[in-house]
Write a protein of this length. Structure first.
Lengths: 648, 101
């Protein structure tokens, strides 16, 4: 479709990828010598430009008719070996467009915020290099046109996540949190690789379009292969998206700088698993069993993480568990077949969770690094803008209309009820109650009530600089109105994403997310119910943390065991340590001390020792006296002569 | 009257044995060098004897070579002895076992 450039903006899609990469290269190679403000500008400008191009691409895509909204730009044949080919290329369709808009848009705001937040840090250029590199990898992940290329991006974001969690690597906890994230993700990646191999064996290609178009020919519904592929894919998703059983790395990942938590561990990277499941919805639909697994894991995680979030005292950890819980919602939606709803929640979640994280960053910044909510309180007056934006974010996540989270969460609950069953709905609804409670607990403990700050900290409390507040305000706006994209009556996002879900041929009765057959009555009663649930949660939090601040301690005293279990996060980390980590370490010690040192080294050293011993005996012949040598020469000569005389 | 071949060989063998025993039992490096000369010349005598016996010049040519080598050996050997004496103030070979590590 021609425009002022004479060609379609869709052709510019490569630049969306190249710009962040260029920023990372420039900052990485010369950042040390550049002025810090230049480093910041490069970091932000590349992402900003990428966002603008994404918007242009989006507009161009809108001008195409819905069924033609698939544009592939192929660059080169990456692997060509026998019958196997992988062509490196980018795929622009509604799903990837939504993703690149979220990644570059939210990413840009967080980059801007980082300029203020990371000001004065000595690794400033390193930080922006990683951040740009992360954006590049994430864009590659969502734009890739085949599984292998997607895997490159998948690993790239994992690497950047590791680098950024361990950004303050001189701190032991930060570097080990980075390692933990990386290693836990390896488990999931293992599943992903196996899934890709299995897909290649089954389909003889790894290209998205080809795989999804030929799915009906190669897979039968409910077949073992379909279940195996999808379960392995989902294992990959649980690693990257921090679901049971691989969620333990995400709360620890809060050791990284707060904007990183906002970008990577809330808004974008952790949703990669959701994106992948939605991208492969055609495959997942082929296996009802896998879908049930996805829904169960998602629902269970949503509830499980929410209960842990109830009692945590570290402001970022509460948000981390809330992220785990919210992503659980997305998987719950996927599991019951509401793929579009999952993407919708992914988008709104990116807005309000990035907002909440950046807001908490603003609080932490103001308090000079304090993260314990027990040492906060009464910050409403001192940080007015942060408070207002944070309130919007909290309302959004709690599911109060008309904020963004209400629409997406309500839709998930509706899907869970209509397409799933009451249990799924119950899981989601109860988690929603807990979410409203712990988020308002966080809000009340931080911003309301009496100040519990240390005196010298309190003296220095100050509102954050403008470049940190503006991203907050923009995100607050998005969190406030973002939900209207998915208004049940005229859902823009539904009709936009519909071509992606269901793939080429319309498969298996799963329609584009919105349940058309749902009656108006049911819809509105569900809305009322979920709003009611949220209000109850908020009221409980109000009662416990504003009205009667002594109540939480009493309740904790009454349910000592439960409180202790929750506070210690169900001892999952301890269980993993005891069952997996420690045995691994112990067996490594065994291999080191016995197999390596004793057996392998012992063999090598033993050979050397044997040679030495023999030499010790042989060196006795070497007396060093010329006469002895002469004598042996004489004997040798005589022996040779005797031989010559008698034997020849 | 011609002297029989055996006599020459007995003389040559005796000289060689005296030289060999000298190399083995004496401790003075100079005497050892002299004993080596004795052995070489015993061999020369044997060569010349056979050369005459077989009426061929090959043996005598060999003798020239051996004499050249003997001269070179004596030069190198004496140089070593001098160097040793400078370093160790002795030419007693039992005191010189620096070849051993």
């Amino acid at each position: 479709m021609p425009n002022v450039f004479g060609e379609s903006f869709l052709d510019l899609i490569g630049f969306v990828l190249l710009l962040p990469l260029a920023g990372a290269v420039v900052n990485g190679l010369c950042g040390k010598r550049l002025n810090t403000s230049v480093v910041g500008y490069i970091g932000c400008a590349t992402i900003g430009l990428a966002f603008l191009i994404s918007v242009l691409v989006f507009i161009d895509l809108l001008r195409l008719s819905p069924e033609h909204r698939l544009f592939e730009k192929e660059f080169f044949t990456w692997i060509g070996s026998g019958t196997f080919t992988a062509i490196a290329g980018l795929q622009v369709d509604p799903l990837s467009t939504v993703m690149i808009l979220v990644v570059t848009g939210v990413g840009f705001l967080i980059h801007v915020y980082s300029i203020g937040y990371m000001h004065g840090d000595e690794g400033y250029y390193r930080y922006f290099t990683y951040l740009n590199l992360f954006t590049f990898s994430m864009l590659l992940l969502v734009l890739a046109n085949n599984f292998l290329l997607m895997f490159i991006g998948w690993e790239g974001v994992g690497l950047c996540s590791y680098l950024l969690i361990g950004y303050w690597f001189e701190k032991k906890s930060a570097s080990s949190a980075g390692k933990k994230a990386f290693i836990v993700n390896r488990v999931g990646d293992f599943g992903f690789i196996l899934a890709i191999l299995l897909i290649f064996v089954t389909f003889n290609t790894v290209d998205f379009t080809e795989v999804f178009h030929s799915t009906p020919e190669h897979l039968t519904t409910g077949s073992v292969v379909a279940t195996a592929i999808t379960l392995l894919l989902f294992l990959g998703a649980t690693g990257k998206s921090a679901q049971i059983p691989l969620y333990t790395w995400l709360p620890d990942a809060m050791e990284g700088p707060t904007p990183v938590s906002a970008l990577i561990h809330a808004a974008t990277m952790v949703t990669a698993g959701v994106y992948m499941v939605v991208r492969c919805n055609v495959l997942f639909v082929m296996s009802p069993f896998s879908l049930t697994v996805v829904a169960v894991i998602g629902g269970a995680t949503a509830l499980f993480a929410a209960t842990i979030g109830l009692v945590q005292n570290d402001i970022k950890r509460v948000l981390a568990y809330s992220t785990v819980s919210q992503i659980g919602y997305m998987f719950l939606a996927c599991g019951v077949g509401g793929f579009i709803t999952a993407v919708f929640h992914l988008m709104t979640h990116a807005f309000f969770k990035a907002l909440l994280f950046l807001g908490s960053g603003s609080v932490i910044h103001a308090l000079g690094g304090e993260q314990d909510m027990r040492k906060m309180g009464g910050l409403r007056k001192k940080l007015p803008t942060t408070y207002k934006t944070f309130l919007i974010g909290t309302l959004a996540i709690a599911g109060i209309p008309p904020f963004a989270g209400f629409f997406s969460k309500d839709e998930i609950l509706l899907e869970a009820y209509t397409k799933g069953n009451l249990i799924f709905w119950g899981l989601g609804a109860f988690a929603a109650l807990l979410t409203a409670f712990y988020m308002f607990r966080l809000l009340f403990m931080t911003f309301h009530g009496k100040s519990r700050m240390d005196k010298d900290v309190e003296a220095h409390v100050h509102e954050s600089p403008r470049n940190m507040l503006i991203p907050l305000i923009v995100l607050a706006l998005l969190s406030a109105v973002g939900g209207f994209l998915g208004l049940p009556a005229a859902s823009a996002i539904n009709s936009f994403l519909a071509p992606v879900v269901g793939g080429g041929g319309h498969i298996g009765g799963v329609d584009g997310g919105q349940a058309h057959h749902v009656s108006q009555n049911l819809m509105f009663s569900m809305m009322g119910l979920s709003t009611g649930i949220a209000v109850v949660g908020i009221a409980l939090a109000y009662l416990m943390y504003i009205k009667k601040p002594e109540l939480p301690t009493q309740i904790a005293g009454m349910f000592k065991l439960i409180y202790k279990i929750l506070l210690n996060k169900y001892y999952v980390d301890e269980i993993y340590d005891a069952t997996i980590v420690n045995p691994t370490i112990k067996s490594s010690f065994f291999l080191w001390r016995w197999i390596d040192v004793k057996v392998i080294d012992g063999f090598v050293n033993g050979v050397a020792r044997l040679v030495e011993l023999n030499s010790e005996a042989l060196r006795l012949f070497q007396t060093g006296f010329v006469r002895n040598y002469a004598l042996s020469m004489l004997f040798g000569g005589i022996v040779i002569i005797i031989c010559a005389l008698f034997l020849l | 009257m011609t002297i029989p071949l055996t006599w020459y060989l007995i003389l040559s063998g005796s000289l060689f044995t005296i030289g060999a025993v000298g190399v083995l039992v004496r401790r003075n490096a100079l005497v050892i060098l002299m004993s080596i000369e004795l052995m070489l010349n015993a061999v020369n005598l044997a060569f010349v004897t056979f050369s005459r016996q077989h009426e061929s010049m090959d043996g005598q040519i060999f003798v020239f070579f051996i004499m050249t080598v003997a001269a070179a050996e004596a030069a190198v050997g004496l140089a070593i002895v001098v160097a040793l004496f400078k370093n160790k103030s002795t030419i007693n070979v039992d005191d010189i076992n620096i070849m051993k590590w």
